[in-house]
Write a protein that binds this ligand. Structure first.
Ligand code: PLP
Length: 382
């Protein structure tokens, strides 16, 4: 049996709409982009949604729109996909990492204030694996110090923190969703900025379109901009996926529930922890941790590597999740970061494995993954 790590959920409806758009004369900057933007704005409950061609583009535009630049500091988490930190570096600002909480694997709010300096401009929390960070606490800290909150909600569309949706303006000045094919909903490549701030929305709209003004002549460029536009095919796909979001999130929950139940029987597996403040979890990936109680980092890595080897032999898709950003070669070289600086992140990085997770995982596949995992852990731990 082969079990894929992830795969998108595409129905005839998506294919029909794509066919309609490809036959139409409008392939960019058309009604589908507006429709998708409106759908996201309504769903999240924000005033503005701005479609872009990737989550990374969205984060980059927000860093620029908030005027974060040379020498400014942004407090963020090292336990994330590289884009949440790269967007800061693009503007020659400095990502200031603080460690995560061991249970949720999200930025530890208790460590944020100690990292604030006169150069700090923003806090950029990431909703890791779909679970919102401690957004209310982060908002309070930001308000106390006059900082902006940019939420990287690329993995958390539909999740709720204390009843409030990820990306909502209640906690974040602005947020970004992403639609790469492994995310809850996909546009192929794509992203969406959400905010209640009219000025930020205006700047992002202008900068995604080469710095053009909203009105005025096509070839008048008022500021430095980019081509970060989302095309009509992607937007059409996104609009249909969005219309199915309340079907997709429960499908993913069903798979997470199956894993939670079956894998809890296996000694040596640590299941994902969801904080009680998270009133709805929209699952992005399912990450288990193995070897967590081993006495040394070497032993922990050995157990994880052994399990991954057995998964690979059994054709079960898997991936270390995440490799900490501060340990990536570019970050080590550029910022002098090294092992030992963020021990909780490093422990999570050494022991986490994303296992097959998508809308169509069957009970048989869960059983197969569980059996291979159980045997591998038995070999590695006993
Ligand atoms: C997916 C993702 C992004 C954006 O990725 P793109 O491939 O640029 O769409 C950003 N941050 C996190 C945490 C992500 O998971």
């Amino acid at each position: 049996m082969q079990v894929h790590l992830s795969r998108p959920d595409i129905t005839d409806k998506e294919i029909e709409v794509i066919n309609e758009v490809i036959r139409s004369p409008i392939l960019a900057l058309g009604p589908k982009m507006k429709e998708f933007e409106q759908a996201i704005a309504d769903y999240v409950g924000v005033k503005h949604a701005i479609a872009v061609n990737s989550g990374t583009s969205g984060l980059h535009l927000l860093i620029r729109a908030f005027g974060i630049s040379d020498g400014d500091e942004v407090i963020t988490t090292p336990f994330s996909f590289i884009a949440s930190s790269n967007c800061i570096v693009y503007e020659r600002a400095k990502p200031v990492f603080v460690d995560i909480q061991p249970d949720t694997a999200n930025i530890d709010p208790n460590l944020i204030e100690a990292a604030i300096t006169p150069r700090t401009k923003a806090i950029l929390p990431v909703d890791a694996f779909g679970q919102p960070a401690k957004l209310d606490v982060i908002r309070k800290i930001a308000d106390r110090h006059g900082l902006v909150v940019i939420e990287d909600s690329c993995e958390s569309i539909g999740s709720e923190y204390k009843g409030i949706k990820a990306g909502s303006a209640e906690f974040a000045d602005a947020a970004v969703f992403a639609f790469y094919p492994n995310k809850q909903i996909t546009t192929g490549e794509g992203g969406m900025i959400v905010t209640d701030d009219e000025r930020i929305a205006f700047l992002c709209k202008s900068m995604r379109n080469q710095g053009r003004g909203e009105t005025g002549v096509w070839l008048s460029h008022e500021r430095l901009g980019y081509n970060y536009r989302m095309d009509e095919l992607s937007a059409a796909l996104g609009a249909v996926q969005m219309s199915r979001i309340e079907e997709i999130i429960p499908k993913r929950k069903r798979v997470a529930d199956m894993y939670n139940k079956r894998l809890s029987e296996i000694p040596g597996v640590k299941l994902p922890y969801i904080a009680p403040e998270v009133t709805r979890m929209s699952w992005f990936v399912y990450v288990i941790r193995v070897g967590v109680d081993e006495p040394t980092p070497e032993r922990q890595s050995m157990v994880r590597d052994h399990v991954m080897m057995r998964f690979k032999e059994a054709k079960i898709g898997c991936r270390p999740y995440f490799t900490p950003i501060h340990l990536q070669p570019f970050y080590r070289n550029e910022f002098g970061l090294k092992e030992g600086m963020f021990p909780v992140t490093e422990h999570a990085g050494r022991t986490g494995i994303a296992i097959p997770f998508h809308n169509h995982i069957t009970e048989e596949e869960v059983e197969y993954v569980a059996e291979v995992l159980e045997k591998a852990l038995d070999e590695a731990l006993n």
